[in-house]
Design a protein around this ligand. Structure first.
Ligand SMILES: *Cc1c(COP(=O)(O)O)cnc(C)c1O
Length: 403
């Protein structure tokens, strides 16, 4: 495909994205190579998706094997991988049942419909309000983008779904004042991802759980970004000691293959009876076989322990860079979901720093204008991590002009 050039993206693709000038054509572990054979260090993990890095051999093998056997039969039939993956996730979590779809937004769309239907069946039609957090992100369908707490994503598409209210994250008094018998669900990210890598205060999450119980509202945790080992726990809720009624996940689940999941208790899942919700591709044998393999690796205690150890090294080095350069006021997040918050005098310039990194062939992310976000592969090696953070330090020194 060497006749493909970067210019053609601007010609043929919807003008939604502004990718850099190179086109990656190959990946291995936490490294990528472009059309010219130039090498890049990847600390972006495809936005917390490539949980085992690029082309992890065991997963490639599963993809090949399943690809030669059975891809798709629709939900008019079932298949072995979908049952195996559902069983694995149920056995590893609070949930009794699973449902699969193709993305985070679809998982949340299903979760919000599930919460509305559960409330309708059990409490009548007045109980339909969804309480969400300011700055939250839940996907780009019209419903999920409206539940998300960032107007710049949801404005400009005509009338929005109603009965959705937003209150500041980690502000328990605001949530206490807003919740009522009309609330069918409270939805929270245990760590706000797109909003700036803002960890939920454990006390806040515990109190919200109580408020939900008192008001017969379901607690939905959106773990699309925080799930599947990203925080060093299999799911972030396990690390904060608060159990939701519904959990959604996606990004890291397939290690790069598109798949999303909704997990729920029997009590809640039972209202999704035949015909109430559906999907053509969700639960596809190929996607589920890949995700089942990915999760069989990630769920091992020694793997998760490895994430925690890498996290310790990662944070320590970033903290050192912050202290040496004054570039960052705070390093926050959990596991390998990390936000480096720009110090006051560099506010609004995260995109500039990202470009400086890219020029050094280091791939990073931002979460808003003030936070540099890193979400490397969960199995990144010490060598890859050090090489990446050396490049980051160079970029930061150039950025702050203190080399
Ligand atoms: C990325 C993300 C989504 C949306 O997932 P898509 O697969 O892009 O639809 C939803 N919620 C959270 C917390 C996310 O980080």
């Amino acid at each position: 495909m060497s006749n493909i050039t970067r210019d053609m993206f601007d010609q043929y693709y919807f003008p939604l994205f502004t990718p850099p000038g190179f086109i990656p054509v190959r990946g291995q572990g936490s490294r990528l190579w472009d059309q010219e054979g130039r090498e890049y260090l990847d600390l972006s993990g495809g936005i917390a998706v490539n949980s085992l890095g690029h082309c992890y051999p065991e997963v490639v093998e599963t993809l090949r094997e399943q690809g030669g056997k059975l891809w798709h039969v629709s939900n008019l039939m079932t298949n072995e991988p979908v049952i195996s993956l559902a069983k694995r996730l149920v056995e590893a979590t609070f949930a009794d049942r699973a449902f699969f779809c193709n993305s985070g937004a679809e998982a949340n769309e299903a979760a919000f419909k599930l919460a509305r239907r559960y409330a309708l069946d059990n409490y009548g039609e007045d109980k339909n309000e969804i309480l969400a957090a300011v700055q939250s992100f839940h996907g780009r369908t019209l419903f999920t983008v409206s539940v998300g707490g960032q107007d710049h994503y949801s404005d400009g598409f005509g009338p929005k779904p109603t009965a959705i209210i937003h209150r500041p994250y980690n502000d328990i008094e605001a949530f206490r004042e807003a919740i009522s018998e009309k609330t069918c669900a409270v939805v929270l990210e245990p760590i706000q991802g797109e909003g700036g890598i803002i960890p939920g205060d454990p006390e806040f999450l515990r109190e919200v759980r109580k408020l939900c119980d008192e008001n017969h509202a379901l607690l939905i945790f959106d773990e699309v970004q925080t799930g599947c080992g990203r925080t060093g726990d299999l799911f972030a809720y396990m690390g904060c000691g608060v159990t939701p009624d519904i959990l959604t996940t996606a990004k890291g689940l397939g290690g790069g293959f598109p798949i999303g999941a909704v997990l729920a208790t029997n009590e809640v899942a039972r209202v999704f009876t035949p015909g109430v919700h559906g999907t053509t591709f969700g639960g596809n044998a190929l996607a589920c076989a890949v995700a089942d393999k990915v999760m069989s690796i990630i769920e091992k205690p020694e793997f998760l322990q490895g994430v925690k150890e890498r996290s310790g090294k990662f944070f320590a080095r970033l903290q050192k860079i912050a202290e040496d350069t004054g570039c960052f006021s705070q390093i926050r997040g959990r596991g390998l979901l990390v936000g480096a918050v720009l110090a006051d005098k560099y506010q609004g310039r995260s995109g500039e720093l990202l470009k400086l990194c890219a020029a050094k062939r280091l791939l990073v992310l931002v979460a808003g204008k003030n936070v540099l976000r890193l979400a490397p592969a969960l199995n990144i090696t010490d060598e890859e991590m050090n090489a990446g953070l050396d490049l980051l330090e160079e970029a930061v020194r150039e950025f702050t002009g203190r080399s």
